[in-house]
Design a binder for this molecule. Structure first.
Ligand SMILES: Cc1cc2nc3c(=O)[nH]c(=O)nc-3n(C[C@H](O)[C@H](O)[C@H](O)COP(=O)(O)O)c2cc1C
Length: 324
């Protein structure tokens, strides 16, 4: 997989996930072989404020390269300025978000709400393209809704972005109005890659299990896959994909104790980012996912997600995961 001047050994990346892809999640993805991670999307106006860029989750340390930053916004000039600020911040790749379906984003006409306005999207793309030299990509859904007009808008955006020199497109195979319902339509990804074989096309949508991810990638002939929800509470998914690509007969499956160590490492990394109270509360959404790989079921999950403080949480993790 190649995005502009950056080449990757493995055809996968850690997708941007607002509220999840902080430094801890990104570093875990990296540990299991993911070579490109993204921090969560940032509003263009926020990226023009030094105080926001100074926040820990947007500070880039030396061990995090290459890393992508993602921008959301509707004003070509502010988006271009924000992109320049991201370059100064140390980001290696910039991604423009025209895919977010969150109601508060759509209400303001941002993200996935912009897919019916190809002219504006292309104006933003050109403005940012002129403003920065680093690899530039766009995140799209396959249309604002299921209508014919929406599909035409989608193809127009792809055509103009690719001919205008976009370095990669990440396409989530759902429409904005679909939100996360139904199945991602990977046939659109196949069609896109077939139409523009020279472009770097990265597929997104319903990527949870290594074998299925490789099958989807192979069938659609895309250059790479963006792992999103699949890596929450399962950072070793990247290693499993790598093992399968390398033709290993047995893919990496951490045993219970190893899972426990990964969970504790994750918690340790959060200590650098959040205050004690916040990190126990914040970690719950990850624990709910981590617990799925354990046979302890509901009892385990409840004990982990109801721990009141860090000591209690550590004790529960050590007990259930047999970590000394
Ligand atoms: C909680 C959550 C936060 C997300 N945040 C972002 C984001 O900041 N930027 C983005 O481009 N996509 C974001 N996405 C979309 C994912 O990157 C991905 O495209 C989508 O989840 C489909 O892939 P999946 O079905 O494999 O999870 C988010 C998805 C979820 C569930």
């Amino acid at each position: 997989m190649q995005i502009g001047s950056i080449k990757f050994k493995r055809p996968m990346l850690q997708a941007a996930l607002s509220g999840y892809t902080d430094r801890a999640m990104r570093m875990l993805a990296r540990r299991f072989g993911c070579e490109l991670t993204f921090s969560g999307v940032m509003l263009d106006k926020s990226a023009c404020h030094k105080s926001v860029l100074r926040m820990k989750n947007y500070q880039i340390l030396d061990d995090e390269h290459p890393i992508g930053g993602q921008l959301l916004g509707t004003d070509p000039k502010i988006m271009a300025q924000a992109a320049q600020n991201f370059v100064n911040q140390g980001y290696d790749v910039i991604d423009l978000n025209f895919a977010c379906p969150a109601p508060k984003v759509l209400r303001r006409g941002r993200g996935g709400a912009m897919l019916d306005n190809p002219r504006l999207i292309i104006e933003i793309f050109r403005g940012v393209r002129d403003a920065v030299k680093i690899p530039l990509m766009m995140k799209l859904r396959i249309g604002i809704d299921e209508s014919e007009a929406a599909r035409e808008d989608f193809w127009r955006i792809c055509e103009e972005a690719i001919t205008g020199g976009i370095d990669a497109l990440i396409v989530h195979g759902r429409t904005t109005s679909q939100y996360f319902r139904g199945k991602a339509d990977w046939s659109v990804l196949a069609e896109l890659k077939k139409k523009y074989p020279q472009a770097t096309i990265i597929g997104s949508g319903d990527l949870f299990e290594a074998a299925d991810i490789i099958e989807k990638k192979k069938t659609a002939c895309v250059d790479g896959v963006a792992i999103a929800r699949g890596a929450i509470g399962k950072p070793w998914l990247f290693r499993q994909i790598t093992d399968l690509l390398d033709g290993k007969e047995e893919i990496f499956k951490p045993d219970t104790t190893e899972q426990g160590r990964i969970i504790l490492d994750h918690l340790n990394m959060l200590a650098e980012l959040y205050e004690p109270k916040k990190r126990v509360w914040y970690f719950r959404k990850f624990l709910a996912h981590y617990s799925k790989a354990h046979t302890g079921g509901r009892k385990l999950k409840m004990e982990l997600v109801t721990a009141h403080d860090e000591d209690q949480l550590r004790t529960a993790i050590k007990k259930w995961y047999d970590v000394s």
